[in-house]
Design a protein around this ligand. Structure first.
Ligand code: FAD
Ligand code: SF4
Length: 559
């Protein structure tokens, strides 16, 4: 039956003024703003996680500019999700066994975290959802938007949620439920980094034709309960250098929250070249550094997860609007890379787009372009935030960690003091899937075995991401050509998906391990934590991440 077109019942539909895909900070800020502008508007938000926040993974040190504008009373709210203000900022350059603390006076002002809050972005999303529902927004967690609805004039007119209860063989099971059509006068896409529908929109409307390629990193993160003697609430620490070599971009973050907890994370820029690099193992190795490991002694790891982060910044932001909708938040790519912050811009962009949409709807417009949003963002606080740091990532990619970061620092100072740069606006060059070197040109990286106390293996890590997918459903990680992994990627790169996937989804198995006879590419889709790295980094661009059944994926507590 697979391959044959199935006769499915027609989908039911519902009509709204505003349809929003994704209940992250961007989507929820948009929903709240639309209702603030006009309480009579009907606004719906769909979220693929089993609950709001279940799929959100961030640092996070949060610049409150977005929350302050959206909900000026949030600081007085008993239920506020952010309570720990940053007290101390530390930056380290790590060597193999030593650590050099960089003087804070060298840091451009924009890198200063005082006035920011340490917290869980998942909990911020949960809080925003409560505030949105209080205003009458309808939020449907457990529903993945799987399809964009277009009209005959190529305008976006809404989305459809995925069918539930289709078996792995493609046939409806007893539990089959048809997806719903959610039709809107405008549809805002707030799917975060590398959204599956946003990617389709960028291609269909050629939104990126005048932009540099989008760049990404993979961020891995753990939540720890620390030994009380190691806990310093309000401490924010970043590092770069070891264990990455000088030609590989990335670094760590370590933030001490309230209640004796801390988060530790590691970002690897996905333009790395060595196909034997494993971001997961780099993260585990980082925690064993003599300057870092003591923080975790006597502590307990509570949660693990991973997520892609956009890194292209100012020059990679595509055109944001198309007939019938807009991209907001990290679907548009609004992360400030040196600050490792995007949630404030996600909120600000959601607000901007929602204001435009609400005003258009009140003027009885629909399905046209929200031109004011596209025209305005570069002059807004989002544009100012991204413009000053536009060369940091390209300088790092071009000159490596030491010279690249030094030049990036100089460039940020120049932008801050003189509003100019001797570098102009640099290009990023290659997309991340184009940067791997063949195995024959690299020195293989050998990782130490995890100790089970501070460093861990993939499977025990995925276990505490609480990831769960209905097993009897079509594999949501689709291969354009099933032969490519073994025929091309394995001999040339050793099939890097085995290593860049932070959840052990991809394996190459052999009939006989000793002779390596008959290799087969195996996809353990049920382990997928929805980080989107495979969709970004596969050198053949052969892996397409699609939404699984709604509700599937990680169940992050407060990540
Ligand atoms: C490791 C790491 C550390 C970071 N640290 C910081 C930090 O310290 N400070 C900071 O400000 N920013 C930080 N960021 C960036 C920040 O997390 C993002 O800028 C922010 O999450 C973007 O918000 P968003 O609403 O656009 O997307 P997201 O937060 O990614 O939310 C998107 C939501 O949409 C849902 N969704 C996606 N597709 C669909 C679909 N088709 N149907 C239904 N639902 C869908 C997702 O499940 C998710 O809930 C970090 C990011 C990472 C990865
Ligand atoms: S399969 Fe892809 S999206 Fe899922 S966890 Fe692995 S790399 Fe991330």
């Amino acid at each position: 039956m697979a391959g044959e077109a199935l006769e499915l019942p027609a989908r039911e539909g519902m009509d709204f003024d505003l349809v929003i895909v994704g209940a992250g900070p961007a989507g929820l800020a948009a929903a709240i703003r639309a209702k603030q502008v006009n309480p009579d508007l009907s606004v719906v938000v769909v979220e693929k996680g089993s609950e709001v926040g279940a799929h959100i993974l961030s640092g996070a040190v949060i610049d409150p500019i977005g929350l302050d504008r959206l909900l000026p009373d949030w600081r007085q709210d008993e239920a506020r999700p952010l309570r720990t203000e940053v007290k101390e900022d530390r930056f380290y350059l790590l060597g193999h066994s030593g650590a050099l603390r960089l003087p804070n006076v060298l840091m451009p002002r924009l890198m200063n975290n005082h006035g920011n809050f340490i917290g869980s972005l998942g909990n911020v999303a949960r809080y925003l959802a409560q505030r949105a529902e209080a205003l009458g927004v309808e939020i449907y967690p457990g529903f993945a938007a799987s399809e964009i609805l277009y009209d005959e004039r190529r305008r976006v007119v809404g989305v459809a949620t995925g069918d539930m209860g289709i078996g792995r063989d493609g046939k409806p099971k007893d539990s089959f439920t048809r997806g719903m059509e959610l039709r809107g006068k405008y549809t805002l896409f707030a799917e975060g980094a590398r959204g599956s529908l946003s990617k389709e929109l960028v291609a269909r409307y050629k939104l990126d034709k005048d932009a540099e390629p989008q760049k990404f990193g993979i961020g891995l993160k753990e939540l720890w309960q620390l030994d009380p003697s190691r806990h310093q609430p309000g401490l924010v620490q970043h590092s770069f250098g070891w264990p990455l070599d000088a030609s590989t971009g990335g670094g760590s973050f370590l933030y001490h929250l309230e209640d004796g907890q801390a988060v530790v994370g590691f970002v690897v820029h996905l333009n790395y070249e060595n196909p034997t690099l494993s971001p997961f193992d780099e993260f585990q190795r980082f925690k064993t550094h003599p300057a870092i490991a003591p923080t975790f002694e006597g502590g307990k790891r509570l949660a693990y997860g991973a997520r892609a982060i956009t890194e292209g910044g100012w020059q990679s932001v595509p055109k944001l609007t198309f007939p019938g909708g807009a991209l907001i938040g990290c679907a548009a790519g609004f992360v400030n890379v040196p600050r490792i912050k995007g949630s404030h811009n996600a909120i600000l962009s959601g607000m901007m787009a929602a204001e435009e949409a609400a005003i258009a709807i009140m003027a009885e417009r629909e399905h046209d372009e929200l031109a004011g949003y596209e025209a305005g963002w570069r002059r807004s606080d989002i544009g100012l935030d991204l413009f000053k740091v536009r060369n940091v990532k390209p300088l790092w990619s071009k000159f490596g960690t030491y010279l690249g970061i030094a030049l990036g620092g100089l460039d940020m100072w120049m932008n801050e003091l003189f509003r100019t740069s001797i570098f102009g606006t640099m290009k990023h060059g290659k997309a991340d899937h184009e940067t791997l070197k063949p195995l024959s040109q690299v020195t293989p990286i050998v990782y130490p075995k995890p100790d089970g106390k501070i460093s861990f293996d993939r499977l025990s890590s995925v276990f505490i991401s609480n990831t769960n997918h209905e097993e009897d459903q079509p594999v949501h990680l689709r291969l354009k050509n099933a032969d490519v992994p073994v025929r091309d990627n394995l001999p040339t790169y050793g099939e890097p998906a085995r290593l860049y996937c932070p959840a052990g989804v991809y394996e190459v198995v052999y009939d006989d391990e000793a002779t390596r006879a008959n290799p087969r590419f195996v996809i353990n889709a049920q382990n997928c934590v929805h980080c989107k790295t495979c969709d970004i980094k596969d050198p053949a661009q052969n892996i397409i991440w699609t939404v699984p059944e709604g509700g599937g994926g990680p169940n992050y507590p407060n990540m």
